[in-house]
Design a protein around this ligand. Structure first.
Ligand code: M6R
Length: 610
């Protein structure tokens, strides 16, 4: 949801800003812009479309500067066009600002500013914020004060960076609800929405918290609250390496991330398996184990793919730990009156750790006294910092907008949490040891599945003309069906729905004909025979079927048109394996259709607005 990057120092900032925007492009990619101070004047260049369009334009205009801010946009207010792109400027074009978030009370503020004769050129909420700051500058305030006064009137969320030609020695940043990080250099400083944009230049960073701001100079920064109280911020070291956020030899980040799963999954359980005790060790939950195990109820909240992982977690926790578990969309949780008590443990899952709905739901659960845990990928993200305790999935940076390796790593962490609780309740040593042994074998089994890439590609090529797809699975594999359908629709724009396989006969079966393919996830588990009956029902109506089945399933081949055979594991871990062919299937269908799989239309990686 919009990426921000900025520089103040002695070097030409243009290549630094463009490179930074490219690394943030997964956050939004409908338009981009750059604002610099050159010879005491503000110069803004904006372009509709991807960062590369902006890069071409900036090259044509041949500008350079040692001070600049830049933005890649995911439109909220106003269509994606050049005028609505950021930075936005004040009336005299001395003040320029980039913004990630939403100004909720912008109509009220706009009316007030219009009464004071301020004029507006764009449809954005961000322009209102610039003009509001301008109105305080016009009352004789210095930039920092004007920003503070403005932000104290704003309702909504923001991560902002501001430049001002009258005070060219500093840029100002502030944060509420949208991430903002300062990168500390040597005689130069950087700001960005996330560390990806900074690590080529520095590993020393300062994360701003909500309600905080900073005046960033070339050689220092001064942090304070927006109420003007001085604060001390800790400088942290980030360990991210540049090659972790590069595509390498792969055509797409999504394929790279799918192929990385043997390693990413291993990283999720590395050092956390206790083979002898048949349990797990999770440093981030140390001291909380007993409280979690005593919970009367576990509630898991998330969005999108993370919500699908949560559903698998529900099956795991109820089966092995015997604690009633509920899964809820974070966006729904926050706007009803949820029954949450101090006896509950609420787990919030988020790859980015920045999803606005999940963060807000977490704060609500905290207010109601529950133990609040986070499962995040991005280290230092808002949800990770807001949680009382939690577990990082350590999948490594996920850049492709469609989540893949984060999903399988979330499942690993949910299994580790399950076993941690279950061994304190009802799970026997023998059963615990079996789960741990099976987890350890998963990366090798993923390797085997990835060897099927060409085979899956060939199947995908048969289905690029499909307009609709059904994904069907039962038990642990019902959430995998939902996830498979989500992967297909978000990158191939083919309408796809996931259902519990048996539910299909209660309605969706009406859709089945030879133009409506179905994907069945049908490992040989306790519901295998029932799923086979559902397959027969589809076959009887001429539906084409792709089955994800076990290697030694002799029956399935004669029933369906296409079979993707994968290794076996215990039921609770099966979704880690069954989801991978579905990722590859969606990927190859989208590539064959010539679509941009890493940056699908209308989507952004990190959804920091409601
Ligand atoms: O970063 P999060 O896990 O909180 O993101 C949640 C969803 O926005 C995300 O999973 C989204 O559905 C992905 N595009 C799925 O591939």
């Amino acid at each position: 949801m919009c990426g921000i990057v900025g520089y103040i120092g002695t070097k030409n900032c243009i290549p630094i800003l463009i490179e930074g925007l490219k690394r943030l492009e997964y956050r939004g990619y409908d338009s981009a812009g750059i604002g610099v101070i050159k010879n005491g004047l503000c110069r803004v260049i904006k372009q509709k479309g991807k960062v590369v369009e902006l890069e071409n334009e900036v090259e044509k205009q041949n500008t350079s500067s040692t001070f600049g801010i830049a933005h890649t946009r995911w439109a909220t207010h106003g269509v994606p066009n050049q005028i609505n792109a950021h930075p936005h400027t004040d009336t005299e074009e001395k003040l320029f600002l980039v913004h990630n978030g939403i100004i909720e009370n912008y109509t009220v503020l706009k009316k007030r500013l219009e009464l004071d004769s301020y004029e507006f050129y764009s449809e954005t909420d961000t322009e209102i914020l610039v003009k509001l700051i301008e109105s305080f500058l016009n009352k004789g305030n210095v930039l920092c004060k004007a920003v503070q006064y403005a932000l104290n009137e704003v309702k909504g969320t923001y991560g902002i960076a501001v430049g001002y030609t009258d005070e060219p020695d500093k840029l100002i940043v502030a944060k509420k609800g949208s991430p903002l990080v300062i990168g500390i250099g040597d005689g130069e400083n950087f700001i960005a929405s996330d560390v990806n944009a900074l690590i080529a230049h520095t590993s020393r960073v300062v994360y701003l918290e909500d309600g905080e701001m900073a005046e960033v100079y070339r050689d220092r920064f001064e942090a304070k609250t927006i109420e003007d109280e001085e604060i001390q911020k800790e400088i942290q070291e980030v360990t991210l390496a540049l090659d972790e956020i590069s595509k390498g030899d792969y055509d797409h980040f999504m394929l790279k991330e799918i192929m990385e799963q043997p390693l990413s999954v291993k990283n999720s359980f590395r050092g956390r398996l206790l083979f002898e005790e048949g349990s797990s060790k999770l440093g981030g939950l140390q001291g909380y184990e007993e409280r979690i195990a005593r919970s009367k109820r576990i509630l898991i909240c998330a969005c999108g793919t993370s919500w699908h992982a949560a559903l698998v977690g529900e099956y795991m926790i109820e089966q092995f730990a015997g604690i009633p578990t509920e899964v809820e969309y974070a966006s729904e949780f926050r706007y009803r009156n949820p029954i949450v008590t101090p006896d509950d443990t609420c787990i919030f899952i988020s790859q980015s750790g920045e999803t606005a709905d999940t963060l807000a739901a977490m704060k609500e659960a905290k207010r109601r006294g529950a133990l609040v845990l986070g499962i995040c990928n991005v280290v230092g993200s808002s949800i990770a910092r807001e949680s009382e305790a939690g577990v990082y999935i350590h999948a490594g940076p996920e850049i492709g907008v469609a989540s893949t390796k984060a999903f399988t790593s979330q499942l690993v962490v949910l299994a580790l949490i399950t076993i941690l609780i279950a061994r304190r309740r009802q799970l026997s040593l023998i059963d615990g040891q079996e789960i741990i042994r099976e987890l350890d074998l998963i990366p090798a089994k993923i390797e085997q599945i990835l060897e099927l890439n060409d085979e899956i590609k060939a199947i995908a090529n048969e289905f690029t003309g499909a307009k609709n797809f059904l994904y069907l699975g039962r038990g642990y594999n019902f959430p995998v069906a939902l996830e498979g359908a989500l992967k297909l629709k978000e990158i191939s724009y083919i309408h796809a729905e996931g259902y519990p396989a048996a539910e299909m006969k209660h309605g969706p079966i009406a859709l089945i004909d030879d133009n409506m393919p179905s994907v069945f996830i049908t490992p040989q588990d306790s519901v295998y025979d029932k799923v086979v009956s559902n397959i027969e029902e589809i076959k009887a109506r001429s539906g084409k079927i792709i089955a994800i089945a076990n290697m030694d399933d002799e029956k399935i081949g004669s029933l369906v048109e296409y079979t993707i055979r994968i290794p076996e594991t215990i039921r609770m871990l099966m979704p880690i394996l069954t989801s991978i062919p579905l990722q590859l299937l969606a990927y190859h269908i989208a590539v064959k259709k010539g679509l941009n799989v890493d940056q699908p239309r209308n989507l952004a990686k990190s959804v920091t607005v409601e």
